[in-house]
Design a protein around this ligand. Structure first.
Ligand code: ATP
Ligand code: MG
Length: 729
C-alpha cells in the first residue's frame, strides 16, 4: 500500500509519532513544531494503514474552527473516506452525547444550552430569589464559583462550608441555581461536560458501548484540558482505548478558567505504558521570531523545558513601534497593512492580536476608514447580539416552553404590558411550586383571581403567540423549513417591527441582523455528527448558535484582516502578526500583576502571540491609552525588555527639527517611510484644515513629537507631527 502521502511531508520524529505502534502517546512539543499536523496525519494513518474504521475515532480540538479545518484536511488526505469520524470540541461532543441520550441523562428532550450571559442573569435571579444581598454575593462571582465547582466535577452535595457563612451562601446559590436549571431544562457550558461525564459513570451499558466504539481518542492542545475533561478522557479510554495527546506546557493559557497543565504530567502516570515524544523543529516562523520567542519564554521558571530550532531563514527583524496613544498605534498598524496590500499582498496574511477585546474598536475604525475588510473573532459575535438573542429566545421557548431564561427574555421584548409585579408573582409561584415559569403562568391563568384582567390577557396572548410559533417549527413530516420558521417567528413575535421602530442607535443594523438570521438559517446545514446523533434541524441550529457563538463573525472565505485576542489565536498562524498594546497593566494585565503566580501564564500568552507569526512580527505599545473610558499612562511591557535587543528594529517617524527633540534609544532605530517636514521653531507652515501658522513650540520625541502652531485663523493648537501633514511655506 502506498502511504507516502501520509508520511512524506513529515520529519523523522513526526513520522515516528504518526506511525507509532499501539499504546498511549503524548507528543510534547513547542509552538509550530507540527503537533496539529501530526495529529491529523495520525488519524489518516489509523484509517488507512491500521484499518481503524472512522467511526472508532474521536478527535478533540480546542475550537469549532479548528475542528472544521481538521475535518477539511482529513477529507483531502483520505479522499473523503471519513464517514462516521467524530471531530469536535469537548463541549460539542458532550452536547451531542446528551442530545442523543437525553433520557438517560435525565434531561428534557428539548433542553437548551444556557450561554454565559444568560447564565449570569439566571444566577442573579436566583440570588434575589433566595433573598440574598447582591452586593455581598455578586452574581458574576457566584457564577464563576459555580463553574469552577462544575469544572472540578463537584455537585452541591459534595461541598462543605466548613463553617464559613460566605461559602454556605455560595453553596445555597449553587443548589438553587441547579434547581432553576432543572425546572427550565437548561444546561450551561460546564454542565454539558459534567452531565456527559456523569452519564458515562451512571450508565455502565452506555459507557461500555462508547468504549467499544471510540477506541482511538486524539486530543489537541492537551495542556489546556481541565480536571473534568481529563477525567472524561480517562473514563472513555478505560482499559482498551488508546489516547494520543499533543500539547505544549509553554502554551498553557487557560489556567484562569480551570485548565490544569499538570494533566500533562499526570498523563504518564495515569495511562499505563504511555510514551512521550518530542518534536523540536519549528516549521512556522523565521529564525528571528523563534529566537525572540525562545528568549521570552526562558524567563518562566516552571517549564518542562524544550528546545526549538528552525532550518528556515533569519527573516526580517522584529519591528517595534512606540505609539503616542492608541489611535496613533491603530493608524500605524493599518498604514502598514495598507502598504502590504498596495504591494500586492493579501489581507488575510495579516492578524492583529490583542490582550483584551476592548482594544479592537480603534483598529476596526481605522480599517473601516481605509476600506480594508476585516473580521473580528471574539468580542460581540453575531449570535451574541441582543436582537439575535431575543430572536433565539422565541425559538427556544417555542421548542421548550420550560426554558425560563428564554421566557424571561422574550416575555417583554417587544413590550406587551406585563409589569415587573406580574412577573414577580410568576417567579414566586414558579419557585414555590417548583415548576417552570410557563407552567406557573398556566396555573395562574387557571386561577381567575390570581392576576388582574389586563395582566391575564397579556400573559395569555404571549403564551398563545409562543404556541403559534411552535406550530410552525420544522419537523420530519416536511412542514416549514428552518428559514421559514425563523421568518415566521420574526413576523409573529413582531420583533422585527419592534426593532424597525426602535429609536435607539443603529436600529437599522439590528433589523439587518434579524434579516441575516433568516439567511443564516437558510444556509444552515447540520454537521454529520449532528445528523448521526439524530438531532433535528432546529435542535442542531440552536446548539450551533449557543456553542459556536464565540468564534467568528463576518462572512467566511473573504480576504480580510483577522482581529482577535491572544487567547483566540491559539493554534493559528499568519504571515504577518501585529501584536499590539504591549504595556504594563494591559499586557501583562493588571490582574496578573496583582495576583501571585499569574505572571507566568501571561508570559505564556505572549509566547503564544509571538509564535503565531510566520514571516513578520510587529510589536507596538502606546504611551497613553484610553480604555474603558479612562486615560492611562503606561510603561512599555516588561515582555519587550525580555526580547533580545539585537532582534528588534525600533520604528520611528522621520522627524527632523533644528534641535534634537529626542535621542534614539536603541541601536537599530530605523525611519518610517512617512515623509515628515523638517521644522524649526518660528517657521511658517500650512495645514490643510487650519490654514497658515507659525511653529511656536515642540515637545516629545519620535512618533510622539507634538508641535504647537499658532494659526492665523484657527488660533493656537497642539498637533502630532506625524499626522499633521504640515507643509513648509
Ligand atoms: P501550535 O503549538 O501553535 O499549535 P503546532 O505544533 O500544532 O503549533 P502546526 O500548526 O501543526 O504546529 O504546524 C506549524 C506549521 O508548520 C504549519 O504550517 C504546518 O503545516 C507546518 N509543518 C509542520 N510540519 C512540517 C513539515 N514536516 N514540513 C513542512 N511543514 C511543516
Ligand atoms: Mg497546533
Amino acid at each position: 500500500m502506498d502511504v507516502s502521502h501520509l508520511l512524506d511531508a513529515l520529519n523523522p520524529a513526526q513520522r515516528e509519532a504518526v506511525s507509532a505502534p499501539a499504546g498511549h502517546l503524548l507528543v510534547l512539543a513547542g509552538a509550530g513544531s507540527g503537533k496539529t499536523r501530526v495529529l491529523t496525519h495520525r488519524i489518516a494513518w489509523l484509517i488507512e494503514v491500521e484499518r481503524v474504521p472512522p467511526w472508532a475515532i474521536l478527535a478533540v480540538t480546542f475550537t469549532n474552527k479548528a475542528a472544521g479545518e481538521m475535518r477539511g484536511r482529513l477529507d483531502a488526505l483520505l479522499a473523503g473516506r471519513t464517514q462516521g469520524l467524530s471531530v469536535g470540541t469537548f463541549h460539542g461532543i458532550a452536547h451531542r452525547l446528551l442530545r442523543r441520550h437525553w433520557q438517560e441523562a435525565r434531561l428534557p428532550q428539548m433542553f437548551q444550552i444556557l450561554d454565559a450571559d444568560d447564565q449570569q442573569r439566571l444566577v442573579k435571579r436566583v440570588i434575589s430569589g433566595l433573598g440574598l444581598d447582591e452586593a455581598r454575593h455578586p452574581p458574576r462571582q457566584a457564577t464563576w464559583q459555580i463553574n469552577a465547582w462544575k469544572d472540578e466535577g463537584r455537585r452541591p452535595d459534595m461541598l462543605e462550608d466548613r463553617g464559613h457563612p460566605q461559602t454556605r451562601a455560595q453553596i445555597d446559590i449553587y443548589r438553587a441555581y441547579e434547581e432553576a436549571c432543572r425546572r427550565a431544562g437548561l444546561v450551561d457550558f460546564a454542565e454539558l461536560l459534567l452531565r456527559a461525564h456523569e452519564l458515562m459513570l451512571e450508565q455502565p451499558a452506555l459507557l461500555a458501548h462508547y468504549r467499544e466504539r471510540w477506541r482511538q481518542l486524539l486530543i489537541d492542545e492537551f495542556q489546556d484540558t481541565n480536571t473534568l475533561q481529563y477525567a472524561w478522557i480517562r473514563v472513555l479510554a478505560g482499559n482498551t482505548g488508546q489516547v494520543f495527546a499533543v500539547g505544549d506546557d509553554d502554551q498553557a493559557i487557560y489556567g484562569w478558567r480551570g485548565a490544569r497543565v499538570e494533566n500533562v504530567q499526570h498523563f504518564l502516570r495515569d495511562f499505563p505504558g504511555a510514551r512521550t515524544l518530542r518534536l523540536e523543529q519549528n516549521y512556522r516562523s523565521t529564525a528571528t521570531i523563534l529566537k525572540a520567542a525562545n528568549a521570552l519564554i526562558a524567563h518562566n521558571g516552571s517549564r518542562l523545558g524544550k528546545q526549538l530550532w528552525t532550518a528556515g531563514a533569519d527573516g526580517a527583524r522584529i519591528a517595534l513601534y512606540a505609539a503616542y496613544n492608541e489611535l496613533d498605534e491603530a493608524r500605524h498598524v493599518v498604514q502598514r497593512i495598507a502598504e502590504h496590500l498596495d504591494g500586492g499582498g493579501r489581507a488575510d496574511d495579516c492578524a492583529i492580536l490583542y490582550r483584551s477585546n476592548a482594544q479592537s474598536r480603534v483598529f476596526e475604525e481605522q480599517l473601516m476608514q481605509q476600506r480594508i475588510g476585516y473580521r473580528v473573532y471574539g468580542g460581540l459575535r453575531f449570535f451574541e447580539r441582543a436582537e439575535i438573542r431575543d430572536a433565539l429566545a422565541y425559538l427556544r421557548l417555542a421548542a421548550n416552553p420550560n426554558d425560563d431564561a428564554a421566557f424571561e427574555r422574550a416575555v417583554n421584548t417587544p413590550p406587551r404590558g406585563l409589569g415587573e409585579r406580574t412577573l414577580d408573582t410568576l417567579r414566586t409561584h414558579a419557585r414555590a411550586a417548583r415548576v417552570a415559569m410557563w407552567q406557573a403562568a398556566s396555573l395562574l391563568l387557571a386561577d381567575k383571581s390570581a392576576l388582574s384582567a389586563r395582566a391575564g390577557n397579556a400573559l395569555r396572548g404571549f403564551m398563545e403567540l409562543i404556541q403559534r410559533i411552535a406550530a410552525s417549527a420544522p419537523d420530519a413530516s416536511g412542514g416549514l423549513t428552518l428559514a421559514e420558521h425563523v421568518a415566521q417567528m420574526l413576523a409573529l413575535s413582531e420583533l422585527r417591527a419592534f426593532y424597525e421602530k426602535d429609536s435607539r442607535g443603529n436600529a437599522e443594523s439590528r433589523v439587518e441582523n434579524l434579516d441575516e438570521l433568516i439567511s443564516v438559517a437558510a444556509r444552515f446545514e447540520p454537521g454529520p455528527e449532528d445528523v448521526e446523533a439524530g438531532l433535528g434541524v432546529l435542535a442542531s441550529f440552536l446548539g450551533h448558535a449557543a456553542l459556536e457563538a464565540g468564534e467568528a463573525q463576518g462572512e467566511a472565505g473573504q480576504d480580510c484582516v483577522q482581529l482577535m485576542t491572544l487567547h483566540a489565536a491559539k493554534g493559528l498562524e499568519f504571515s504577518i502578526v501585529f501584536l499590539v498594546g504591549l504595556e504594563e497593566g494591559l499586557f501583562p494585565s493588571q490582574k496578573s500583576l496583582d495576583e501571585d503566580g499569574r505572571l507566568e501564564e501571561e508570559r505564556r500568552l505572549a509566547y503564544v502571540g509571538l509564535t503565531r507569526a510566520r514571516q513578520r512580527l510587529l510589536l507596538s505599545y502606546a504611551e497613553s491609552r484610553r480604555l474603558h473610558g479612562t486615560e492611562m499612562l503606561a510603561r512599555p511591557s516588561r515582555f519587550l525588555a525580555e526580547l533580545p535587543a539585537a532582534l528588534i528594529d525600533e520604528v520611528r517617524p522621520r522627524v527632523q527639527v533644528s534641535r534634537p527633540l529626542y535621542a534614539p534609544a536603541r541601536a537599530h532605530a530605523v525611519e518610517e517611510e512617512t515623509d515628515l517636514p523638517a521644522l524649526r521653531l518660528g517657521q511658517r507652515v500650512r495645514h490643510a484644515q487650519f490654514g497658515e501658522g507659525v511653529v511656536t513650540a515642540a515637545e516629545g520625541g519620535g512618533a510622539h513629537t507634538r508641535v504647537q502652531i499658532n494659526f492665523a485663523q484657527a488660533g493656537s493648537k497642539w498637533l502630532v507631527l506625524a499626522y499633521a501633514r504640515l507643509e513648509a511655506c
